[in-house]
Ligand binder design. Sequence first.
Ligand code: IMP
Length: 208
Amino acid sequence: MKKLVIASNNPGKLREIGQLLAPLGIEAVPQSEFGVPEADEPHCTFIENALAKARHASHHAGLPALADDSGICVAALGGEPGVRSARYAGEPPAGSPRGRDSQDARNNRKLLAMLANASGRNAHYYCVIVLVRHARDPEPLIAEGRWHGEVIDTPRGTNGFGYDPYFYLPEFGRTAAELSPEEKNAISHRGQALAALTARLRAVHGAW
Ligand code: IMP
């Protein structure tokens, strides 16, 4: 079994990635097991941030590494929040809750405020996943996924995370937060990117 370090501390992502890589004889190990410190994400493109995270994890763990970067892009806002999705509303004010849920709530409030006078609600989630064999790998494997929907004003559903309760899918008549985890993984930006990466990995497996 080959080992691969995953440059994420998100338990949901780690489980999903581990399940997809196991049939390829690859064991996905979270970066926390190697004490990898959080990487900076200073770039203005998803791919640059994903590569920075993967190279960082590979450097610290001394293993091949996989990283993803994702966000929601709203056409009427020129692609915002984009790479700033996780921290769209900025850091929490002093004394207020700092957890993931409160950050999500503040991000969603800001998104709706920005959309109040916008010309449209079309949006897509984007995800890119990269795999490097070593920290300076000149030929990373790269796969991406896009998931189109609309931002609505009233939240619906309790599954998922982040912007999901406001991300409406007209063809399903539901938001992303009203899909089961299995339904979401089968069609989401991250699910698409992971499926494409797995296909690429099968094709070049000998080189890995
Ligand atoms: P990261 O890829 O973990 O850096 O996540 C970027 C941010 O984009 C998250 O913190 C969420 O705000 C948003 N995001 C990415 N994927 C999703 C998703 O599947 N649902 C809801 N929000 C998402």
